[in-house]
Ligand binder design. Structure first.
Ligand code: ADP
Ligand code: MG
Length: 363
């Protein structure tokens, strides 16, 4: 296992890139610590697979370096990097049995049959495919084929990193949650560095200790699931994580104070990254309270959606849409209400980036 460092990485699929727009990866500096459970999260096309393929050696970056434990591997082919990669669609040998498929990466490395048997048996147990070991892979359902593909990625004990590129795409929805928690459990047992690529926030947040959020060829934030929820570094993270995402409201900053529709809004603490001018207030729906009689920002209710455990209220104030999540009694569409923002969770964003600090000092 190894620490993996990406240094000054840029990648363009074009042979003569003209500007930033021609780069699938714009500038990446990133360290993956040994043994970590990471998710790489971002919308389709943001560069996740490109980044993964550069780590595995399927792609050579246009610029920058890939270091495994400070050793430069940028030019090494995949076979010499000692990594395991699981792809979106199963990569298995149809004519082989499940056992032989799982054994393949070990036999390929010249491991003795006793070790092969021990590892294959252990992995099959973890993935609950023990009863299929003698079945020919061709006869498996797509779900099970992908499980075996994942097993092939996990069977070796000596890899630097196991990378999963949207491995649950072909898995039936009701099996997804099961495999997701299985992977988490597997990480805790095998303790290998794992990078799990997904565009699905739930998958990322359940699997990872650290989530790397990407947008348009750049990393916008690295943090724990709680960090991403509580202090999005960028409004993109605020939108992308959460359901519904963070409310982002236009505001004006004057003398260190923020005004929404002319009303002063108390922020978490001092404005740290913006002078006077237009900016945005970020507040999660979980931290907006709605009342019929209280103080606060005058608003009216446009919609109320009951989503089981709680209700999502859509209100309009100063021509902006504001979501609030409520438990219990909710107002009706058309009602006049007031909104209050939990001050410690009310943040300022300038040009998309977090520009307020918590009271009592920066984090
Ligand atoms: P993701 O995995 O996040 O969906 P990709 O890394 O596959 O994103 O793609 C990032 C960008 O690079 C996209 O704009 C995509 O169209 C482009 N791209 C990916 N693969 C190739 C390729 N082989 N040739 C040219 N452009 C590519
Ligand atoms: Mg991809």
């Amino acid at each position: 296992m190894a620490q993996i460092k990406l240094s000054n990485l840029r990648h363009s699929y074009s042979s003569s890139p003209a500007g930033d727009a021609d780069y699938a990866l714009k500038k990446i500096d990133l360290t993956w610590e040994d043994g970590g459970a990471y998710a790489l999260l971002g919308p389709s096309g943001c560069g996740k697979s490109t980044l993964l393929n550069i780590i595995s050696g399927l792609l050579i970056p246009s610029e920058g370096k890939v270091l495994f434990d400070d050793q430069d591997v940028t030019a090494l082919p995949p076979a010499r990097r000692n990594i395991a990669q699981v792809f979106q669609f199963p990569v298995i040998y149809d004519t082989m049995t499940v056992y032989d498929n799982l054994a393949f990466p070990l036999r390929n490395r010249g491991r003795d049959e006793e070790t092969v048997k021990r590892r294959v048996t252990a992995i099959a147990e973890m993935l609950e495919v023990t009863t299929m070991l003698t079945t020919r892979a061709a006869n498996l359902s797509p779900d099970n084929k992908q499980k075996i593909s994942m097993g092939r990625g996990l069977v070796r004990e000596d890899v630097n990193v196991v990378m999963f590129d949207e491995p649950l795409t072909v898995i039936d929805p009701h099996l997804k949650w099961k495999l997701r928690s299985k992977l988490k459990e597997l990480h805790q047992r095998v303790k290998a560095t794992m990078i799990y690529v997904t565009h699905d926030q739930t998958e990322a947040l359940t699997f990872a200790d650290q989530v790397v959020v990407m947008q348009d060829g750049e990393v916008v934030q690295i943090g724990t699931p709680v960090d991403l929820f509580e202090r999005p570094a960028h409004t993109f993270v605020g939108h992308f994580i959460g359901s519904p995402g963070m409310n982002v409201l236009p505001c004006e900053v004057r003398g260190g104070a923020a005004f929404f529709g002319g009303e002063r809004i108390a922020l978490e603490g001092p404005v740290s990254g913006a002078g006077d001018g237009m900016a945005e207030i970020g507040i999660r729906p979980e931290f907006v309270s709605v009342s019929k009689t209280g103080e606060g920002i005058a608003a009216h209710i446009r919609k109320v959606a009951d989503i089981g455990r709680h209700k999502v209220v859509e209100a309009i104030a100063h021509d902006s849409r504001i979501h609030a999540i409520m438990d219990g009694e909710a107002p009706d569409a058309g009602d006049a209400v007031t909104l209050e923002f939990n001050r410690s969770q009310t943040r300022l964003y300038k040009d998309g980036w977090l520009a307020s600090s918590p009271e009592g000092g920066a984090r």
